[in-house]
Design a protein around this ligand. Structure first.
Ligand code: ADP
Ligand code: MG
Length: 296
């Protein structure tokens, strides 16, 4: 990566969307921080090549953008356009070939592997298409898992895990294993697990990819409510109907940003859900009441 140790400033976000103060949590890594307002994500000229034998497969060819605290961004693009590669870099799961990345003002490129793992565990929540839950563990145990390394007492871990389950409307399912839950409920457990360390950023790669359209709406309603209460979300989808719930859409083509547009009139997932249902969803109502009461 380029010149990580120089105290160069991350690019300003070109979008002056609603910024929730105090959301850009400075990371406690002892690294130099650029002054002023920090976007949660700032990437500049990010590239990634995969090496396959003698060939270099370009996945990202120079990507620059910033995301402010409180934004809900949909990353769109055809299969192979680089969306998952970008998520892996932003999630500190992989390193770029070149370019720079700041997470809440911290130049990630200069961190050691241990510091990267630490940031990943404490500051980023992941939600994947395939839920990735432990099949034999209860919802509560699954949600508590990311706190294993947080140095908390088991009582505190359980308290936080129950609270996260309440945030996604699953208080009554804490002792169920994934097989005893529907797909939508499993994805809610995964969202609770992603929230349990109070991350600065929620990354979701095709979180509704395995769900039917009504269940997808439930998940979008939970994500939209979380975002309205301050959680910054970056969501990958190839479906325009799903991207319509985000406040901004960044479209990729061949490893580059093709378009970066604000969505002035995002769809309302809760309203859409109520329209397709005969009666309000109790779990969702619980989730939204909890998030309103005590934002994440
Ligand atoms: P998307 O998520 O938009 O479908 P990806 O980021 O998965 O796109 O892939 C971008 C490009 O990089 C594609 O051409 C893909 O084949 C290639 N690619 C992705 N992961 C790897 C890998 N581990 N090794 C080699 N090439 C890869
Ligand atoms: Mg992908």
């Amino acid at each position: 990566m380029n010149s990580p140790s120089r105290a160069s400033a991350p690019p300003e976000s070109q979008h002056s969307g609603k910024v929730h103060e105090g959301q850009a949590i400075p990371l406690d890594t002892g690294q130099t921080r650029a002054p002023g307002v920090q976007p949660v994500i700032a990437v500049r000229q990010l590239t990634k090549y995969y090496v396959l034998g003698q060939t270099r497969v370009p996945a990202l060819r120079g990507v620059t953008f910033a995301v402010n605290a409180g934004e809900f961004v949909a990353v769109m693009g055809a299969s192979g356009s680089g969306k998952s590669t970008l998520m892996n870099l932003i999630g500190c799961l992989d390193k770029p070939s070149s370019g720079e990345y700041w997470l809440a003002g911290t130049p990630v490129s200069s961190l050691s592997s241990d510091q990267l793992a630490d940031i990943r565990n404490r500051r980023i929540g992941f939600v994947f298409q395939g839920f990735n839950l432990l099949a034999r563990a209860s919802a509560l145990k699954n949600v508590a898992l990311p706190m294993m390394y947080a140095g908390l007492s088991s009582a505190e871990r359980e308290r936080r895990a129950r609270r996260a389950l309440a945030l996604v409307g699953l208080s009554s399912r804490a002792n169920h294993t994934p097989l005893q839950l529907s797909g939508g409920q499993q994805q809610r457990v995964a969202i609770a697990r992603a929230l349990v360390n109070r991350p600065a950023l929620l990354l979701a790669d095709e979180p509704t990819g395995n769900l039917d359209s009504r269940t997808s709406l439930e998940i979008m309603a939970v994500l939209q409510t979380l975002n309205q209460h301050g959680i910054t979300i970056l969501l990958v989808t190839h479906e325009a109907e799903i991207a319509a719930y985000a406040n901004r859409q960044i479209t990729f083509r061949d490893g580059r940003v093709l378009r970066d547009e604000r969505n002035a009139a995002p769809h309302d997932a809760t309203g859409d859900l109520l329209r397709v249902r005969q009666r309000p969803d109790e779990a969702l109502a619980e989730s939204q009441a909890r998030i309103r009461e005590e934002p994440v």
